[in-house]
Design a protein around this ligand. Sequence first.
Ligand SMILES: [Zn+2]
Length: 47
Amino acid sequence: MQPAPKKKQKCKNCEGKGLLKVGDKKMKCQRCGGTGFKPGSAAAPGR
Ligand SMILES: [Zn+2]
């Protein structure tokens, strides 16, 4: 059980770095698109 903060969640794929280490290179995490955070409600709805 984890506390679920109502904030951006770190992307587990890249551990919040936004980059994935692939061999010798670093590749942009496709999961979060390089943001390091889980995709989802990035933009606040409304307004
Ligand atoms: Zn990621």
